[in-house]
Ligand binder design. Structure first.
Ligand SMILES: *[C@@H]1O[C@H](CO)[C@@H](O)[C@H](O)[C@H]1NC(C)=O
Ligand SMILES: *[C@@H]1O[C@H](CO)[C@@H](O)[C@H](O)[C@H]1NC(C)=O
Length: 198
């Protein structure tokens, strides 16, 4: 009687081993898929480090990779918007607050554009023909517009050059936007390469 649970547990162990080996190999596949895809972006290291946490969900699906790239971008823009809000509350009279207010709007619009793009390519895997090109084209347009917004925001600070205590804040905002812009650029590059996949 004791042999039944024993052989059962043996079975279970071998099942778990082969399952974890398959998982490890799928993870490896996905990692190398993400690395290869990211090598076609302008910021491959940032691309890989920001997207490899999602390798389980991405697998080797280029649409999922691009969708996650957009959500990661939104994930960097949202806290930036919150940060600008908090700075504006503290220093409404600061010379740079005009640029900050503009930035807040530009970033808000950029978030909408990236979100729209993520939705636009959702389900692209099962679409055919002109539908595919149309949707990729829309996402390209909107992501480019988002990058323009981010660039305008950074340039706004360069023109102000307020000096004084505002400069640390400006530097911080500029760094965060620059990173968000790099993430947007990567997302756009991943969308561009969808044209070759579908
Ligand atoms: C890994 O990729 C290879 C080659 O593309 C494929 O044959 C294999 O089934 C994949 N393994 C897993 C676990 O996805
Ligand atoms: C991205 O975020 C949106 C909104 O939260 C969500 O609906 C969507 O499923 C996310 N995409 C991926 C690939 O996780």
């Amino acid at each position: 009687m004791a042999s039944v649970p024993f052989s059962f547990s043996l079975l279970l162990v071998s099942f778990l081993i082969s399952w974890s080996m398959a998982t490890a190999s799928a993870d490896q596949n996905s990692s190398s898929f993400i690395r290869t895809s990211c090598s076609r972006t302008l910021y491959p290291d940032l691309c890989y480090s920001s997207l490899s946490p999602y390798k389980r969900q991405v697998g080797d699906n280029p649409v999922m990779l691009a969708r996650f790239a957009m959500n990661v971008t939104i994930g960097s823009l949202k806290p930036l918007s919150t940060y600008i809000d908090s700075v504006l509350q503290r220093s409404a009279a600061d010379p740079s607050s005009g640029a900050l207010k503009d930035c807040k709007e530009l970033i808000g619009d950029a978030i909408d554009l990236v979100r729209k793009s993520e939705k636009e390519i959702t389900g692209l895997e099962v679409m055919v023909g002109s539908q595919v090109k149309w949707r990729i084209g829309n996402a390209q347009t909107w992501l480019s517009a988002g990058m323009t917004n981010e660039g305008t925001c950074v340039n706004g600070f360069e023109e102000t050059g307020s000096g004084g205590s505002g400069e640390d804040v400006e530097m911080e905002v500029r760094q965060k936007i620059t990173r968000a812009k790099q993430l947007t650029s990567n997302a756009l590059a991943l969308v561009n390469s969808l044209l070759n996949s579908y």
